[in-house]
Design a protein around this ligand. Sequence first.
Ligand code: SAM
Length: 283
Amino acid sequence: MAQLDDLPPLRDVIAAHGLDARKSLGQNFLLDLNLTSRIARSAGSLEDCTVLEIGPGPGGLTRALLAAGAKKVVAIEKDSRCLPALAEISARYPGRLEVVEGDALKLDPVALTGGGNIRIAANLPYNVGTQLLLNWITTPDWPPFWSSLTLMFQKEVGERITAPPGSKAYGRLGVLAGWRCKGGILFDISPKAFTPPPKVTSAVVHLTPNPAPLPCELTALERITAAAFGQRRKMLRSSLKALSPEAEQLVEQAGIEPTARAEEIDIAGFVNLANVFRAAGAV
Ligand code: SAM
């Protein structure tokens, strides 16, 4: 197994600090240094950037990011039991690791990192991972404050983020991510690599901002996709009726068959729908 630094092995860190994993915090720790290094390398060149890490836990990925040369890592951790272990990493890499205790859903990432070139990398807690991703891809300003996202999710969530039209996994998340980002799943990670092992396979997703998403108002696209996929088995002329009694004509005006279903519509189609419904004052 790779030797990243002269800090104790993660298993010893977990034992020394009594970090028994808590399900309520989505704690499945990744102890395989080959994998943490692979994730860190997947994040791209780190020398000139600040990496925002969510949920460092005992610090496996944090150590890999620092060993890979990250200029600075700002890590948000909700579990105060992890702070002493993380302080040992800070001492090993003076001035390069800032640990913030708190809930990543409630903290402002721009204020914490101070702006600049920010990459986000994390083995995300399963219970808040999708919401964090949605927050990052639906920032009002675009391009956003981050230049890349390298994130581990349950594989099923990774597939929803990167799903093409027509697939079972295609939905709201795939449309929003596909509209604003480029990228995909880089590799899977077996449950066996974690302590404790989760029930399902994980996947590492890498996304970069699409510099020129098709012109469309974010809120319009969010409302159209929520209505369309909220009743994904229905034809659009029915599922979008809640937004406008003229739904059938508006769908036609967007160049789409009113009998089509949400999962058949590609991102350009949803953008057309959002723009036509917005112009009609329906979203
Ligand atoms: N990065 C470590 C690793 O790869 O082994 C731990 C990953 S574990 C899947 C998720 C981590 O996120 C845990 O350390 C947990 O305490 C933390 N966490 C859970 N909810 C959080 C939240 N809302 N904000 C910040 N950290 C959170």
